[in-house]
Ligand binder design. Structure first.
Ligand code: NAP
Length: 285
């Protein structure tokens, strides 16, 4: 540890009890000998503006933002960087000379994890399940990386709105959606290379559930990326492995989005493996 005064960052969200981010970031600060701490800032709906005022008043260097506030914080920030504006959500705030700057590291964190798993997105085709906050970041990141995206969502209108939004902002690859009349079984699955689950289906405690029908075979050439990381081995990933597909758990995205935030706050290179082990250990408890 240095003699420098303690520097604080926090997590704004509600509820927060199960977050593994403090363990992940505090392990990274310790590994680099930085006198920084990551704290939980539980913020009920209606208190977001006050939480941001407190962040500045208490000298915080920044924060992560999680469910349900990733969009709610946006009007209260001084500046929003390009990807966060295009995605329509902020997951990282940097306090810079008293100004609150909003970033989004979810999309790049997802891409880093995807590439780490050996999948190069340029020129490929992805099927994304879900059209909520996480899907927005994933769809944007994939399309900007040159991967064509088809969105399938329970509420078809939300999938259409997300695709239209991406088309309007002019992403680098086509983004379409599955219309209400089509089920997953009716899609030409062979033309896709990547399946991303951006729904919470399969998440603890509903670990027997899968967003993919048990009776519909997954193509063996697919990479299947489940954003869910608790449990690490979801029912979807069990199905993927059984089909001979490549299975990727959401923990890598969690670690990489955190690592990118870490660098924005501290300007240090993140100790990725330390963060991964800390997140894995925190999830076990
Ligand atoms: P969200 O904004 O609430 O969106 C959830 C999406 O899932 C919506 O499109 C919703 O469809 C769909 N959905 C919800 N329940 C469903 C069900 N029973 N059947 C079919 N579709 C369902 O949530 P989010 O923030 O995008 O998070 C989604 C998941 O990603 C969560 O499990 C979250 O933990 C995970 N995540 C992981 C990371 C990571 O770093 N690995 C980062 C962010 C999020 P409707 O539009 O019809 O409601």
């Amino acid at each position: 540890m240095t003699d420098n005064p303690i520097q604080l960052v926090g997590l704004i969200g509600w509820p927060l009890e199960h977050s593994v981010s403090p363990a992940m970031h505090n392990a990274a600060f310790d590994a680099l000998g930085l006198n920084w701490r990551y704290t939980l800032l539980p913020t009920p709906p209606g208190r977001v503006k006050a939480a941001l005022t407190d962040l500045k008043a208490q000298g915080y260097r920044g924060a992560n933002v999680t469910v349900p506030h990733k969009q709610v914080v946006m009007p209260h920030l001084d500046e929003i960087t390009g990807a966060a504006r295009d995605i329509g959500a902020v997951n990282t705030i940097v306090v810079q000379e008293g100004r609150l700057i909003g970033h989004n590291t979810d999309g790049d964190g997802f891409l880093a994890a995807l590439r780490e798993a050996g999948f190069a997105p340029a020129g490929r085709r992805a099927l994304v399940l879900g059209a909520g906050g996480a899907a927005r970041a994933v769809v944007y990141a994939l399309a900007q990386a040159g991967c064509a995206v088809t969105i399938h969502n329970r509420t078809v209108q939300r999938a259409a709105q997300l695709a239209h939004h991406m088309q309007r902002i002019g992403v680098h690859a086509p983004v379409t959606w599955v219309p209400i009349t089509a089920t997953l079984a009716e899609l030409n699955l062979a033309r896709f290379d990547l399946l991303v689950n951006a729904t919470p289906v399969g998440m603890w405690p509903h670990t027997d559930a899968s967003p993919w029908p048990e009776t519909l075979p997954l193509p063996s050439h697919w990479t299947v990326f489940d954003l869910v990381y608790n449990p690490a081995e979801t029912q979807l990933l069990v199905q993927a492995r059984a089909a001979g597909a490549t299975a990727v758990c959401g923990l890598g995205m969690l670690v990489h989005q955190g690592a990118l935030a870490f660098t924005r706050w501290t300007s240090h290179s993140p100790p990725i493996e330390v963060m991964r082990v800390a997140a894995e250990n925190a999830l076990k408890h």
